[in-house]
Design a protein around this ligand. Structure first.
Ligand SMILES: *Cc1c(COP(=O)(O)O)cnc(C)c1O
Length: 391
């Protein structure tokens, strides 16, 4: 359908194209200066040392590397909310550890510290949380709990690139954090990810795990001076190839410089939705952010009472508006073998719908979505009143 409004959409333009052209013309498209610049820029954005971050070709790869650095494996349990990305579940299961799913608050879709604590056992080696919709959630209390119990905390900050609590960036509260720059995220490199590792020794291993576990014996210049070969290497782990390249990093450098502008626009859109959808019977907007919390406004989600969510989604589609739900509950995915019953998440997953949210939306687009939801919800209300009168 022409003129459809997307749920997620990247904001890529002439500046990104010019940066790519420059890389093409340099004849060096692999990992190089642009990638270094991207890692340095991202570390600066987080306020951490450059040596603590490693770029990857996806956030999922970064999560796999995080599991390896965490040393989780057979006999271990890793706790994660059931409202989580499938790549997180896979990274845990592939390590040999057992994914243990915890419930979430039905309004924020984030786990509280109590939800996490309820499923800890002596076998829990790590906890992995995400920041739903870009809302930081209970990350401070969960980080404290993990530190107290000697459990590693890994933050999936894929959609929390600008989320903070009291000025501290999400992704840096735990031992490791991962971010995504895939086609649907806020800062886009087409595909890509980033890994933050707090411990300096573990952090130093990350780039090796991201590149075949290879260790070059000496650099070009050094080998020339010593009259040895520069192509000899050792293998320190049987790793995959998870690195990114200068073409994608060049896009990332431009995108990262535009992040404040992206977040400001997203905040405006969230306000417009909040105002336009306020006070509607049977519809809940996202709960207000607690004091000191900043969101990336990656998602704008609404919740419908009365089991009409799926109908509304189909209705919106007919009016040229895409909507969706993230993230389908992992404890209900057969492959993970969970038998948990998680009522908060199950209620949320049945009622929640993500409305279009991206920085390219115009005010007119947002108003079109608001009008469609309002029509639908007030229409329901009328039907219900008529039905009541008929009884
Ligand atoms: C998109 C996403 C990921 C995965 O990112 P990729 O770069 O596509 O691997 C992980 N976690 C969350 C919460 C996401 O939304």
């Amino acid at each position: 359908m022409a003129n459809m409004i997307n749920v997620f959409q990247p904001a890529l333009g002439e500046r990104e194209l010019a940066a790519v052209r420059e890389v093409f013309e340099s004849n060096w498209i692999g990992r190089g200066a642009r990638t270094d610049e991207f890692e340095t820029g991202f570390a600066r954005h987080l306020g951490v040392g450059r040596q603590h971050v490693t770029s990857t070709n996806s956030c999922t790869e970064a999560t796999f590397i995080a599991m390896e650095l965490a040393g989780v494996g057979l006999g271990d349990e890793v706790v994660l909310p059931t409202v989580a990305f499938v790549g997180s579940g896979n990274a845990i299961a592939a390590s040999g550890a057992r994914p243990v799913f915890c419930d979430v608050d039905p309004r924020t879709l984030n786990p509280t510290v109590a939800h996490v604590e309820a499923v800890l056992t002596p076998r829990t080696k790590a906890v992995l949380i995400l920041h739903y919709g870009g809302y930081p959630g209970d990350v401070v209390a969960i980080a404290d709990l993990c530190a107290e119990r000697g459990i590693l905390l890994i933050e999936d900050a894929a959609i929390a690139i600008a989320s903070r609590v009291d000025g501290r960036p999400c992704g840096t509260f735990g031992d490791m954090g991962v971010w995504s720059f895939d086609h649907g995220k806020i800062v886009v490199t087409v595909d890509g990810g980033m890994l933050y590792v707090r411990d300096p020794e573990l952090a130093a291993r990350a780039p090796k795990l991201a590149y075949l576990g290879m260790e070059q014996k000496s650099g070009y210049d050094q080998a020339l001076r010593a009259r040895t070969r520069w192509w000899d290497f050792e293998v320190t782990s049987f790793s995959r190839r998870s690195v990114t390249n200068d073409v994608l990093a060049a896009v990332g450098n431009v995108q990262l410089s535009r992040l404040p502008e992206f977040i400001a626009r997203r905040r405006e859109i969230a306000r417009r939705y909040d105002e336009g959808l306020a006070g509607l019977d049977g519809l809940l907007c996202p709960p207000p952010l607690p004091a000191g919390h900043e969101s990336s406004y990656y998602m704008y989600w609404v919740q419908f009472e009365g089991g009409v969510r799926d109908e509304v989604a189909r209705d919106l589609y007919e009016r040229g508006i895409y909507s969706t739900f993230r993230y389908p509950l992992l404890h209900q995915v057969a492959a993970y073998g969970s038998e948990a019953v998680l009522p908060g998440a199950e209620a949320a997953a049945a009622a929640t719908l993500l409305l279009p949210m991206h920085q390219a939306l115009t005010d007119a687009d947002v108003d079109r979505v608001i009008e469609a939801v309002r029509d639908r919800v007030s229409g329901r209300r009328r039907e219900r009143i008529l039905a009541l009168k008929a009884v």
